[in-house]
Design a protein around this ligand. Structure first.
Ligand code: FES
Length: 120
């Protein structure tokens, strides 16, 4: 088992390596989508660019490499952003959902998340 730490929600979620990040977020009933994605998303097909997450910590290879779809869709986005539907979990990682609308206390949340030991 591995752990995904969701810093906006303040929770750690256990999952199996190889699990899809979007599937995990939905299974845990966390909010992945902003308004645009709530109104209409592609269901994980890599077409709508509404399932953004940012990777805020964890080992470099904790998630699968960028897919060709992500390389196209994330061209003008920060380097640590991913499309959750295209991302497979390799090992423990720290994730921010909806990085396009960061919480006002983001720096505090990041610091708190980084200070707690992340299980492998
Ligand atoms: S759900 Fe549409 S791109 Fe990820």
């Amino acid at each position: 088992m591995t752990t995904i730490r969701f810093i906006r929600e303040g929770i750690d979620v256990q999952c199996k390596p190889g699990e899809n990040l979007r599937d995990l977020v939905i299974k845990e009933k966390l909010q992945l989508y902003g308004l645009k994605g709530i109104l209409g998303n592609c269901g994980g097909a890599g077409q709508c660019s509404t399932c953004f997450v940012s990777v805020e910590g964890g080992p470099k290879n904790s998630l699968s490499p960028l897919t060709p779809v992500e390389e196209e869709k994330l061209k003008n986005r920060p380097e640590n952003w991913r499309l959750a539907c295209q991302t497979l979990i390799n090992s423990s990682s720290i994730i921010l959902t909806k990085p396009q609308s960061p919480p006002p206390n983001l720096e505090l949340l990041k610091e708190s998340a980084e200070n707690k030991k992340l299980p492998r």
